[in-house]
Design a protein around this ligand. Structure first.
Ligand SMILES: Cc1cc2nc3c(=O)[nH]c(=O)nc-3n(C[C@H](O)[C@H](O)[C@H](O)COP(=O)(O)O)c2cc1C
Length: 355
């Protein structure tokens, strides 16, 4: 067993982030395709944190339906995530703005238009960044807070670890910071606060709760893995990306995808998402081969991610996961996890105060 600690815990910890978003605890669930569904988002928001809906695999209509479902499950603030480089992401962001979602989290793109529209109804904007340059540009674009993703993170963490990246961005920007990448317990929360953050977002940890829809056999695999059992490669979806070290992941990372298979997979993905195939595959190939290749890599990766999460298939599927997987050894509910994290955080403060 890796570690155990018991609840109960304080019901509230107020920071610049909790005040900005109107929540009780400085704990967020980041967007995770096929995992940050309305049910998990609502469980996080109902437990006092902020759940962020993943919209990567959703059309604008599905995004709208998911937002309405969240509102049936909770009356607390929540967010939606838009990876602006993904096809359909701008339409999903527009749907969220029309629905007046309290927090819009954007990444991999310019979010000035999102900030302008969200601020008109009192919405808040959280920009995901991995460098000081991104942080300054997000501030200029009108973001209200930064989600800073370090190297330890599942999926697209930056090249610099959270330990160094958070203080570097703290110096570069005065915006409140949500730290992500490697945070899974109360000690992590306190460490992030000490480095200058105002909250943490936990992907790997919240994916490993009873409220998360991850397939049971995939959850079992994560429980067996240590902190070193991940791969970090640019060949999986075209961006530096962290995933569980499995034979399928090693095969997927062996070499980058060529342009012809990329065009084929782009058209498959466009069809799945209800987008005009010729426009995406052929038009993209002629006008923007690089953008098409990136789109195709995302498309191919999205199906591998779905197989691992929804079907527990690790022959073809690839599981995104962070180094924090090695800190996870149980499957609590979100509410139990948050209670435990807050009591661990208090124990951590007491320990440090005793030095
Ligand atoms: C299973 C899983 C799936 C994820 N899916 C996505 C995704 O679809 N898009 C994305 O930008 N980030 C995704 N992430 C990354 C999270 O948004 C977040 O940045 C990351 O989990 C933070 O690091 P941590 O895992 O150490 O907490 C995913 C993370 C996990 C664990």
């Amino acid at each position: 067993m890796k570690r155990h600690c018991k609840p109960p815990a304080p019901a509230s910890m107020q920071t610049a982030i909790t005040r900005l978003f109107g929540i009780q605890l400085p704990l967020l669930c980041p967007g995770m395709s096929y995992i940050a569904t309305p049910e998990l988002v609502a469980a996080v928001s109902n437990a006092g944190g902020l759940g962020i809906l993943a919209t990567g695999p959703l059309s604008a209509n599905a995004t709208r339906a998911a937002i309405r479902r969240i509102r049936e499950l909770t009356d607390k603030p929540f967010g939606i995530g838009c990876t602006l480089m993904m096809p359909g992401a701008a339409d999903n962001a527009k749907a969220a703005l029309e629905e007046q979602v309290p927090v819009i989290n954007y990444s991999l793109g310019k979010g000035d238009w999102i900030a302008e529209a969200a601020h008109r109804y009192g919405g808040k904007v959280l920009a995901t960044v991995v460098t000081e340059k991104h942080a300054k540009s997000a501030e200029k674009c009108g973001a209200d807070a930064l989600l800073v993703t370090g190297h330890e993170a599942a999926a697209h963490g930056g090249s610099v670890t959270s330990l160094v990246l958070i203080p570097a961005i703290r110096r570069a920007s005065s915006l409140p910071i949500v730290a992500a990448g490697g945070f899974a317990d109360g000690a992590g929360l306190m460490a992030a606060m000490a480095l200058g953050a105002d909250a943490v977002a936990m992907g790997s940890r919240l994916a490993m709760t009873r409220d998360s829809p991850v397939h049971a056999s995939t959850k079992d695999m994560v429980l067996q893995r240590g902190v070193g059992d991940t791969l970090y490669s640019k060949n999986f979806d075209g961006l530096w990306c962290r995933m569980m070290d499995t034979p399928a992941a090693r095969r997927a990372c062996r070499k980058p995808l060529g342009l012809i298979p990329a065009a084929f997979r782009a058209s498959q993905m466009a069809r799945r998402m209800g987008m005009p195939v010729m426009k995406v595959a052929i038009g993209g190939m002629l006008s923007q081969p690089q953008a098409l290749r990136q789109l195709a890599l995302f498309g191919a990766a999205t199906e591998s991610i779905r197989l691992a999460i929804q079907e527990g298939d690790h022959e073809k599927g690839v599981q995104l996961i962070g180094q924090a997987q090695g800190l996870i050894d149980d499957l609590p509910s979100v509410a139990e996890l948050f209670a435990r994290i807050m009591s661990e955080a208090q124990a951590c403060r007491d320990r440090i105060a005793s030095f």
